[in-house]
Design a binder for this molecule. Structure first.
Ligand SMILES: [Fe+2]
Length: 299
């Protein structure tokens, strides 16, 4: 995996290793074909407005803007939050639940990311970076290397409150943000960020991307003899939580780094491969081992 001239395969297709290292920039809102909001002019207009506002705040390092959420956006938040919270109480890992309670994220109102960012900064020296949409992987991890977590500030379309084809505020705020209150988690994340932002090799960026996909995004973890959820992609979906833990159509294997970094995935489908880490300390050791093996000078 050390030669970036090797053929790289991602999402089942051959990719250019340089695309991993030199990410493209998207300067205008693009809703993918089939997006539930694509034919709703009010929704598209609101998304354009939030795209411009959050992009400006990101590029000018202004922190998350205060957003006056509409009644419809609040309705969608209220439609999704209670069912997710019930599942979290049963199945989320303790680091997530502690963070969610400490940040006082409620089912009634969409939180202001500016307030949450200030709280995180005091607790773990992390902050939130407003993002106009999903950022390219390496751009995303460049922010994380600087202890900033990029988060969207728009909400999915109200016709399908349980579904979003792209990361939205429900995914970010109810998936990624709560564990940022934990120091061990913050250190694990920033080490992935530093490594991914530093290496010049596309194959190494891809390996780190898969390491984070199968941990931060879709990871399971052992806790007190039970398997709990800590991946944000699982925690922000009422379908993925039971699917990841119980579905006979998914595999749950011990987290073996060699296997994880060689495993491709399809982000547009329910996941079929899950890896169970024995602890955060284990993930930290595995990540440090990988970074050393890749000779990335960030330790
Ligand atoms: Fe995510």
């Amino acid at each position: 995996m050390n030669d970036s001239s090797n053929t790289l395969v991602e999402y089942g297709a051959v990719i250019d290793p340089n695309a991993m290292v030199t990410p493209p920039d998207t300067t205008e809102l693009e809703l993918e074909p089939g997006h539930p909001g694509e034919h709703d002019p009010d929704y598209v207009e609101r998304r354009r407005e939030l795209f411009a506002l959050t992009r400006k705040h990101r590029l000018e390092a202004l922190g998350p803007p205060l957003v006056a959420y509409t009644a419809e956006e609040t309705r969608v938040w209220q439609a999704v939050s209670p069912a997710l919270d019930a599942l979290h109480r049963k199945h989320a890992c303790s680091i997530y639940l502690k963070g969610k309670d400490a940040l006082a994220i409620t089912q009634d109102a969409i939180p202001q990311l500016r307030t949450i960012s200030e709280r995180l900064e005091r607790e773990t020296d992390m902050h939130l970076v407003p993002a106009e949409g999903a950022l390219p992987y390496r751009t995303f991890y460049e922010y994380i290397a600087g202890r900033g977590f990029p988060v969207t500030q728009f909400i999915r379309h109200g016709s399908h409150p349980e579904f979003t084809p792209e990361p939205d505020m429900i995914h970010d705020c109810l998936g990624h943000v709560p564990p940022l209150m934990n120091r061990d988690y913050a250190e694990l994340l920033t080490l992935i960020g530093k490594a991914a932002a530093t290496t010049p090799h596309g194959d190494q960026v891809l390996a780190l991307k898969r390491f984070s996909w199968f941990s931060i995004e879709f990871g399971l973890i052992e806790e007190g003899g039970e398997t709990k959820v800590f991946g944000a992609g699982i925690l922000s979906s009422t379908g993925e939580i039971p699917h990841s833990l119980f579905s006979p159509d998914a595999t749950r294997r011990p987290f073996v780094t060699e296997t994880v970094i060689a495993t491709d995935y399809d982000p547009s489908q329910m996941q079929k491969d899950f890896f169970v880490a024995p602890s955060y300390a284990f993930l930290r050791r595995e990540l440090e081992g990988l970074v050393k093996r890749f000779s990335i000078p960030v330790l």
